[in-house]
Design a protein around this ligand. Structure first.
Ligand code: CAO
Length: 425
């Protein structure tokens, strides 16, 4: 079946996590993603957090499905020639090198435009233009600089980073949207353009509601925060809100049956206004329905701690799944705290292809996250990540039109393989 991005060629110059998540999505949508890696070494994640000696790590395999790998030494003169040909042939160049690395290789935006005016050049950087633009940045730096860490955690504890990779994978998503939008615009302009997704900006975009709260502080305390019910004064900046719900519908994480021994025996519970009466009935407090101080959402705000403590008395008598089974039919929004172990075994996620088993020649079968976006006319088949340089000859011959003799010369010149190895042969 034809895929949404069939015919689009991506020169994938990405490494580690942020860039690879972006190009993996494009590959799942049907683009031909050609991952360029350094001969003999490749993406550093191939050999990071290794669990099966000698095999590509899960870190690499889970971020690089459905791609082809070509090894090119881009600092070698012949290697640069290959790269030039790739730039002329591809639609999009995606990179997340440290600032200036591509320029140092000789591929400035001006040069790229000369080679291919239709080229879309898409970059992840830690910061946008300004004071910090030259910094190297990893996930947690972005979470801190983007406002996430200062607003995550409990009031009496330090700032916290979150397990969701909002700096890396989040920015990869932002970049993917920028790329397909630029491809769409190119349909009318015929021109490529530069697309930049700075990680700080991406994290801030995901923390938009916290900047909302920053401004609401001027109008008085944030009444939906537990802190308000606890009578603790607000400071100058949006505080850490623990597990409070970020929106107008108060919510908390509550203990469930077994919490003493199971670290994930918890549920999220939202006291949505529309189902308040049902909540009162379910937890055995029908009298709350006529209680004056609980009669409107606004009146309940100062009492949220007492309300949730009572709801927790009820949830502690049920497993997190029982809470879900009881509340779901009543439209009471709750969610079990699922461990990665439980998610890996989740039948529903497996049925939709969001959890998949993938075969790999070096590792055997492993579990991965499939494409989280479902398109009715562009189905996704998750294919294993490429071995280092697995497609070098195929790409040189089929995509770039090099002859067998020319490929041998490129190898001998150290353009596609480590020079030492070539000399030894
Ligand atoms: N052949 C030859 N050289 C190559 C090459 C190839 N195929 N591919 C890369 N290189 C070279 C680059 O040219 C660069 O060389 P110079 O520094 O001499 O110009 C060098 O490899 C290293 O690139 P780097 O600086 O990007 O890599 P690093 O490991 O030092 O830094 C990171 C990693 C992630 C901190 C940095 O790339 C970065 O800040 N990227 C932007 C932000 C980002 O994406 N962060 C998220 C990382 S986690 O997802």
């Amino acid at each position: 079946m034809v895929k949404a991005l069939d015919g689009v060629k991506i020169l994938d110059f990405t490494h580690v996590q942020s860039g690879p998540t972006c190009t993996q999505l494009l590959a799942w949508f049907g683009a031909d993603v050609i991952k360029v890696e350094r001969p003999g070494a490749g993406d550093a994640t191939r050999k990071q957090l290794v669990d099966v000696p000698g095999a590509d790590s899960l870190y690499f395999t889970m971020l690089n499905h459905n791609k082809r790998s070509i090894t090119i030494d881009t600092k070698n003169a012949k290697g640069k020639e290959i790269l030039e040909r790739l730039i002329k042939t591809c639609d999009v160049l995606v990179e997340n090198f440290a600032p200036g690395a591509l320029d140092r290789m000789g591929f400035t935006w001006e040069r790229i435009q000369e080679l291919n005016p239709r080229m879309i050049m898409a970059s992840v950087k830690g910061f946008g233009p300004g004071k910090y633009e030259d910094c190297k940045v990893y996930e947690n730096v972005a979470q801190c600089a983007g406002g996430s860490a200062s607003t995550t955690g409990f009031l009496d504890g330090p700032p916290l980073v979150t397990g969701a990779q909002i700096g890396d994978s989040g920015t990869g998503l932002h970049l993917a949207l920028g790329i397909v939008t630029a491809l769409f615009q190119r349909e009318t302009t015929g021109r490529g353009q530069k697309v930049l997704a700075p990680m700080q900006d991406g994290v801030l975009n995901l923390c938009r509601v916290k900047l909302r709260d920053q401004q609401r502080l001027k109008a008085g305390p944030l009444r939906e925060y537990s802190q308000f019910g606890d009578g603790i004064a607000f400071g100058e900046a949006t505080p850490r809100a623990g597990n409070d719900s970020g929106g107008g519908q108060p919510g908390r994480i509550l203990k469930c049956k077994g919490w003493q021994t199971d670290p994930n025996a918890y549920t999220y519970f939202i006291t949505q206004a529309a189902v308040w009466e049902k909540i009162c009935d379910v937890i055995g407090e029908p009298g709350w329905k006529t209680r004056e101080e609980y009669s409107t959402p606004a009146k309940r705000l100062p009492h949220l701690n007492a309300i949730f403590a009572r709801i927790e008395d009820w949830t502690m008598t049920k497993t997190k799944y029982e809470v879900m089974d009881i509340c779901n039919p009543l439209d009471i929004p709750v969610g079990p705290i699922l461990s990665m172990k439980e998610i890996m075994e989740d039948e529903g996620l497996r049925a939709t292809g969001t959890i998949v088993d993938v075969d790999h020649p070096e590792r055997g079968t492993y579990v991965s996250v499939g494409c989280p976006i479902k398109m009715s006319d562009s189905p996704v088949e998750v294919k294993r990540s490429p071995l280092l340089g697995e497609h070098t000859e195929e790409i040189l011959a089929q995509v770039l039109g090099y002859s067998g003799e020319e490929i041998k010369e490129l190898k001998a010149a150290g353009a596609t393989e480590p020079v030492k190895k070539a000399a030894a042969e």
